[in-house]
Design a protein around this ligand. Structure first.
Ligand SMILES: Nc1ncnc2c1ncn2[C@@H]1O[C@H](COP(=O)(O)OP(=O)(O)OP(=O)(O)O)[C@@H](O)[C@H]1O
Ligand SMILES: [Mg+2]
Length: 261
């Protein structure tokens, strides 16, 4: 469905961040990408979604294909509209001064069909909290509700492939659980998902396959189930190297002390 071939990305012509990444996303799967801070996860999603030039970055080598057709160099709207690939950025971009419903309307900017209202209702079915506050300004929504809105806005573009950048960031465990349950439901409707997550355990639990990225390179790949049980992944990303299941923050600190082998 999506194929990334030997992708190299630099920022400002000199800072090399992706050093030859190749990966594939099969139709209908949830592909999980994990990696430490600064590994290049967000850069990868920006490059795929056609947004790398907004950040003064360039794809200097490699290719990105959706169903066999190269999308390299296309702009983000084209990629979304013509190739069905939509990216939900890590900072939950919603319009604070618009209501929830107006945000969903704004996300439908590229659509001319008459099903927008029905699709908004479908978003409210997935996220009842949004339905209940549809006429409230998004700026008053909680972090979790804003994340749901950002995903809801992406759904209004009718994606075939959805790229999610750390959707659980800063959310309480119960909200994260709910969010991942809904991501799985969306996937069950046939949307292929690329899920970048620091919350590696929760992500791998709903994931099909996963890749571990370090310093702009893939260092490990496998079935999600196998990665959960992989010794290095457990040690570095699940924080269970010393005692079982420490907090993620501890895992991060631990990672800094020890380098990936
Ligand atoms: N616009 C930019 N200009 C220069 N360097 C950048 C830019 N954006 C990111 N970088 C650098 O590229 C590297 C990878 O960043 P990226 O945001 O892709 O990592 P990440 O894996 O998403 O990290 P995190 O887990 O913190 O979100 C980092 O060293 C970062 O400082
Ligand atoms: Mg990131």
């Amino acid at each position: 469905m999506l194929a990334i071939e030997n992708l190299r990305v630099v920022y400002h012509d000199v800072i090399s961040v992706l050093n030859g990444i190749s990966l594939t996303v099969q139709e209908g799967e949830i592909l999980v990408i994990i990696g430490a801070n600064g590994a290049g996860k967000t850069t990868l999603l920006r490059a795929v979604a056609g947004m790398i030039d907004f950040y003064d970055g360039d794809i200097i080598e490699g290719d990105i294909k959706v169903e066999g057709t190269s999308i390299k160099g296309l702009d983000a709207t084209d990629i979304m509209k013509r190739h069905g690939l939509t990216y939900v950025m890590e900072d939950r971009p919603v319009f604070w001064y618009l209501t929830i419903e107006e945000n969903l309307g704004a996300a439908s900017f590229s659509r001319w069909d008459k099903k927008v209202k029905a699709d908004m209702e479908a978003v409210y079915d997935y996220f009842p909290a949004l339905g209940a506050m549809r006429h409230k300004k998004a700026g008053y929504a909680s972090g979790g509700e804003q994340q749901m809105l950002a995903i809801g806005m992406a759904l209004m573009t009718k994606p075939k492939i959805l790229l999610l950048d750390e959707p659980s960031l800063g959310l309480a465990p119960l909200i994260t659980e709910e969010l991942f349950r809904i991501i799985k439901q969306l996937n069950d409707t046939g949307i292929s998902i690329v899920l970048v997550e620091q919350n590696a355990h929760a992500a791998l639990e709903i994931g099909t396959r996963g890749y571990v990225i370090e310093l702009g390179r893939i260092v490990l790949e496998g079935k999600a189930k196998d990665l959960i049980n992989n010794k290095d992944v457990r040690e570095f990303y699940l924080g269970s190297g010393e005692k079982e299941r420490k907090s993620y923050r501890d895992a991060k600190r631990y990672k800094r002390r020890k380098r990936w082998l």
